[in-house]
Every structure is written in structure tokens, then in C-alpha cells.
Design a binder for this molecule. Sequence first.
Ligand SMILES: [Zn+2]
Length: 141
Amino acid sequence: MTILNGSFGRIRIMVEDYPPLPPMETGIRGRCPRCGQGHLFDGFLTLKPKCEACGLDYSFADPADGPAFFVICFACVPSVLLAVWLEVTFSASFWTQLFVTGPFLLATCIPPLRPLKGWLVASQYFYKAEEGKVVRTQQQG
Ligand SMILES: [Zn+2]
């Protein structure tokens, strides 16, 4: 925080200045996208209402289904490859698929959710992403 002295000497203007932090650095670690110190999560995937270090309100954050989308698209691929390989190579039984592919699926899909959500929230803050708005201009005539 920087305190600037005004031209009248008695007026003080408080300016909060935070250098821009890369979303990959703060979001994946689950840190505040503004200060990089406070925690982003309260639990596994629940966001805190605000940063305990700088007070940034996290109400802007709405990653929706983004983390699940990325997990479905990318993290599930190794599990599908494993299941197909077990089936084609060993003609694996249902129980083999359940007890080998099932835990592998959970191990590849659940851990990436939190860093992905943190990265998406930090990216929303960094790029100032928000819902689109319709801008209308006045017509002259
Ligand atoms: Zn903060």
C-alpha cells in the first residue's frame, strides 16, 4: 500500500498497488489472485468469501463447470486408454476393471480439480473477465 501526499499537505490519498501476478502461479497454488498471500479456498473446492490478507472480494469468481470440463476432456483420457488396454490385452473381467480402472480414474480426475478451479478464478481476475453486456448506441435522426 502506498500513501501519496496531496498538494495541500493534509490530504492523503491511499492507493493500493499490487503488481499483476500470473494466474498460473497464484491459481494453481490456491492463493489470492491479487496479493498472492491469502488463501482462495475454504475446503476442497469451496471459495472463501474474501481474501484474509488483502480483503479482495471473491464474489467476481464464477468458474462454473470449467474445471470439470477440463478434467473430462483431458484427465479422463489416461483412464480410458487403461481400460481399453486391459480389455484388449487381457480380456479383463468386470471386477478387474472396477478395482483397477476405477481407482485410477479417481486418481486422475479428482486431484486436478482444485488447481484448475484456482487457475480459472485467477485468470478471471487477471484478465478482468465478466459476463458480456449489450452496448446500445443512440440513433440520431
Ligand atoms: Zn489477497
